[in-house]
Design a protein around this ligand. Structure first.
Ligand SMILES: CC(C)(COP(=O)(O)OP(=O)(O)OC[C@H]1O[C@@H](n2cnc3c(N)ncnc32)[C@H](O)[C@@H]1OP(=O)(O)O)[C@@H](O)C(=O)NCCC(=O)NCCS
Length: 424
């Protein structure tokens, strides 16, 4: 079109042909330059490692190093191949260590490699992963360590609840006595009233995630439970009972991210990240128009699906943020797996079990696997890597090729969604 236009202008103005050739050459050069500038590198997960989640005796640095070393060995690289470290952590202060990144890099024997510590409450892991992803996609690095870690159980439930409340909009929420169980109880009441969901429906989420967690040797709460066990467990914040809540956990998870060329050269199995999205919601629950949905999840998912060029129907399984049973029900609607108001009954009918239409949280999720908040978003990626590299054993989702991870901070003030493809 442009060439035809230029030729006609040239003819009309009776200009020499060499001018047309010059115009076309300049335009082609500009087009090629813009095309390459807009192109992003493919990003892959080359290795993954995780500690057990639960009450751990080791200190925060040791926990972090154990997961990192496992990921490095799983990727078949040495620390010297790592060009940057991305570390998600929220309450390092509880174990007397903030500024985690340089400490981890130094302990890995690469003190001159730059590291960055990222905090985004319970969503820290996925938000950090997104930054690591973006830096490889943009071509700044070929290979990075992406690590999440948390250590809180030694301070006890009371102190942990207080610390965690600092992740809410403290003026309106934590500072006014609204802990996270209390905030999610409010969300649960609203959802149950609006869509006629029941406490039994919520209990089915816990039963299913405990069933999956039982197959995960690294899960925190490995215990088979029934709907009655959930309904009869101690009340925490009505209608949420003990088994509707995730536990406080320690733990670390790490993945090695690299560009496609690096992954191919390694000759090892790897997983490709084909979509990445981030979203935000008003920090306080009271600032939202509708509390039966989480806007940050919807925004992040929309971006990730668009980037991957797929729809929710193409996802074979998902690891989602089930800090409380109600959260999983809302997540799977916001992610587009079920129409609004229908997920509770779908869960009760078994649609989200390992052999269901869309398996959710085969790892056991936050509910059973545990929730060491800085590590959670990375732990979800570890599960995808294990699933796609033949290491998920009895948890394996048959014939799965595309998976999604979803992780949010606080009541969903921040969120990130990633989509992964198995590379054969
Ligand atoms: C649910 C909760 C109040 C329980 O705290 P607690 O009563 O002090 O629990 P304890 O740590 O004393 O554990 C008591 C028992 O219950 C078990 N347990 C604790 N939390 C559990 C949970 N969420 N699910 C299942 N079992 C749990 C423990 O393993 C322990 O069992 P044991 O006696 O057989 O060892 C606490 O875990 C909690 O507040 N969770 C939510 C954390 C949170 O808000 N995270 C951020 C999300 S946004």
């Amino acid at each position: 079109m442009i060439v035809i236009f230029l030729v006609s202008v040239n003819k009309a103005l009776d200009l020499p042909i060499k001018w047309t050739i010059l115009y076309v050459a300049c335009l082609t050069f500009l087009y090629v330059k813009i095309y390459f500038l807009a192109m992003i590198n493919k990003v892959c997960v080359l290795g993954a490692g995780s500690t057990k989640y639960g009450k751990l005796d080791e200190g925060i640095v040791e926990i972090a190093l154990n997961a990192s070393k496992e990921a490095i060995s799983s990727a078949g690289i040495t620390p010297k191949d790592i060009q940057a470290g991305y570390i998600s952590n929220v309450f390092g202060v509880a174990d007397k260590q903030v500024h985690m990144a340089p400490v981890i890099m130094s302990n890995l024997g690469i003190p001159y490699v730059p590291g960055l510590t990222i905090e985004s409450a319970c969503g820290s892991g996925s938000v950090m992963l997104r930054e690591a992803y973006a830096n490889i996609a943009a071509g700044f690095y070929d290979c990075v360590l992406s690590l999440g870690v948390e250590k809180v159980t030694h301070v006890g439930t009371l102190q942990s609840t207080t610390l965690f409340s600092y992740c809410s909009d403290f003026f309106y929420e934590g500072g006014s006595g609204a802990s996270f169980p209390g905030l999610f109880a409010t969300i649960a009441r609203s959802y149950m009233n609006t869509f006629k969901a029941t406490e039994e429906d919520l209990a089915h989420v816990a039963v299913k995630n405990h069933e999956n967690g039982l197959l995960n040797p690294k899960a925190h709460v490995r215990k088979k439970i029934t709907v009655d066990d959930v309904l009869n467990s101690p009340m925490v914040a009505s209608p949420l009972k003990l088994y509707d809540c995730c536990p406080f956990s320690d733990g670390a998870s790490a993945v090695i991210l690299c560009n496609e060329e690096f992954a191919k050269k390694s000759g090892r199995q790897y997983v490709e990240i084909i979509g990445s999205g981030r979203g935000a919601s008003p920090a306080a629950v009271q600032g939202r128009e509708d509390i039966t949905t989480i806007p940050s999840t919807i925004a992040a998912a929309k971006q990730a699906y668009a980037m991957a060029g797929i729809t929710p129907k193409d996802i074979d399984f998902a690891e989602v943020h089930d800090c409380f049973t109600i959260a999983e029900i809302i997540d799977i609607e916001d992610l587009g797996f079920f129409p609004k108001g229908t997920a509770a009954s779908a869960v009760t009918e078994g649609a989200t079990r390992r052999n269901g239409a869309i398996p959710i949280n085969p790892s056991g999720g936050l509910k059973s696997k545990g929730h060491p908040i800085g590590a959670t978003g990375v732990g979800q990626v570890v599960e995808v890597f294990e699933q796609f590299t033949g290491n998920a054993k009895d948890r394996t989702i048959k014939d799965a090729e595309i998976a999604l991870t979803h992780n949010f901070g606080a009541t969903g003030a921040s969120a990130a969604v990633h989509i992964f493809k198995k590379v054969k």
